[in-house]
Design a protein around this ligand. Sequence first.
Ligand code: ADP
Ligand code: MG
Length: 676
Amino acid sequence: MDVQYLKGVGPKMSELLKKIGISNIKDLIEYYPRTYEDRTKLCKISELIVGDNCLFIARVSSSMSVKRIKKNLAIYSCFVSDETGVCKLTWFNQSYIREKIHEGATYLFFGKPEWNNGGKNVDSAIVYNLDDIEKVQGVYPIYNLTAGVTQNYIFKLMNLVFSNKPSIVEFYDESFRKKYGLCEINYAMEKIHFPKSFRDVSLARNRIIFDELFLLQLALLSRKNSMIRTEKSTKFFNVDITEFTNLLPFELTNAQKRVIDEIAKDMYSSKIMNRLVQGDVGSGKTMIAAVAMYIAVKNGYQSTIMAPTTILANQHYDELNKYFSKLNINVEIITSSTTKKKKENIISRLKSHEIDILVGTHSLIEDNIEFENLGLVITDEQHRFGVNQRLKLTNKGKSVETLVMTATPIPRTMSIVLYGDLDLSIVDEMPAGRKPIKTYVVNDALEERVNTFLKKQINEGRQIYVVCPLVEDNETLDLKSVEMLYQKYKNEDFKEYNVEFLHGKMKNKEKDEIMQRFKNNEVNILISTTVIEVGISVSNATVMVIENADRFGLAALHQLRGRVGRGIHQSFCILKSNNKSVNSRQRLKIMEKSNNGFEIAQKDLEIRGPGDYFGIRQSGLPEFKLANLLTDIDILNKTQEAAKEVILNDPTLSKHPKLKYILEDKYKEQLFVKTT
Ligand code: ADP
Ligand code: MG
């Protein structure tokens, strides 16, 4: 039912309520308090705690004095006492107080005592009659508000709704609730708004948070389960990968070997692979992908790898082709800059299976790209794609193995929620010989010194990236900032050097050309937006300068920093920022201290909260009303266990019709993504 039809709401209020997300009764019931105020304890005056809200009974022991300080400032004050002591009460300009309380009478007061002239004083205490004590004493919900909507108003609406005893369908059976210590749903909904004690609050919150996390887990697991249950039509046979790995100029790290084993095991099993490979920037995920593709190709299947940018796709193509060409494995690439003629050629050779591996960007998803028998789909930098795009590619083959790679280190709690439907492999080791990148936070005052340092690096033969922030909704401003920086570097500080720039609005061909020249060391300084953020690997580049660094999230800064430190030379990251706020300084300092992506991601999450976390929003993370991925880890673990058990015993939820109904209702769009 629309809230507009509640008594006392009307069209005007209903507009205001919409602003805070309340359109119907269900929204209202789920408009949980932000916090609670403790009005449970009655204090004696001697027990009043300075700085805490206190509820106390006292007798008015003096007459009301009035001081007029200025024309519009009147201070009313009086003393109150009980058998333990005396306290002063003060009100500003609230003349009605003179009518409300009388010397010699006893009242109930609520307020926050402060020290004043050696005694305790309460400003603007709320005064109740003693008869009201039943109503007043308890736990008070505090709601988030908007202009025109007061605490009292929401309180009244809640009263109205709950006085009609709404009946919410309980979707757990009793044994389940007992097992996980959950209270009944109607009880939880009432107590979250009308708790008698903090125990009520915690029971209710526990139930509601459990529901939020559990239903999501269940949705993810049931999706995963429906995929796992798809048996492959043919199993992969074992492949000797040494023919491929022997071609590499380096030894694979132990982490790479372990993850390759995990992948191979999936591929050789009778179940379809759905695996997420997570590893810090530079941990060598591309080689892992290459081995997986090698296994698929040797089994007679085609493979494809999708990257978020043309530059990155080209880089993958070059690296893969370097080795696969020696093994008679055909690699091709499709991006938005592929010519029509070339594309037609690729499409026809793809259908006749003359191409074994197709590298590309989003262009791969287009309907006319058809494979003869696609066996493996890899998405690189998955956080840049939506789940839909991944599934669309997977649908180009029957029972396709899926590998998803990401360098955005996601804290564990987050990855359970985001990728609960994928098995997880972690590449937790860097190739040997890498030196940790040295990071410095600087402001404009140090510009001269920074420039001198940059010149020194260039004179030693190294190359430099300069990145400036990308403002999502103002592309023109962006271009200007790249171009402005370019002018400054090119015409003022670095006249004798080769400076080039790169931004998302340039034609792919131009971008590729500049990137190629940078790779060939024909460009000393490359100025760009975050288009170079993911994946690019130029081992001779040793300095990453980030302008207005405070405008980036830590995870993004870490990604950008990962563009350097890829070779044998010591690398540096210089974070420029003139932002003086403590919070911003503190954030950037974390970058100076840590080179560990997971640690940084965790800190970023703590500082910014899950909602703003880099790249997560478009990945379809649902927003929780109460659950907090940082603090509710215990409940999260419990829900994961519970969801596993339910799905194991009842994979299609046919024995849990109510649960199934709730789940489909809640996640029909977000999670059970239609793939057609
Ligand atoms: P990311 O995990 O960020 O995708 P890449 O796959 O781009 O990392 O690898 C980064 C660089 O490290 C590449 O130049 C790659 O050739 C190199 N590399 C990968 N594995 C190893 C290894 N085991 N030893 C040395 N270098 C490696
Ligand atoms: Mg990569």
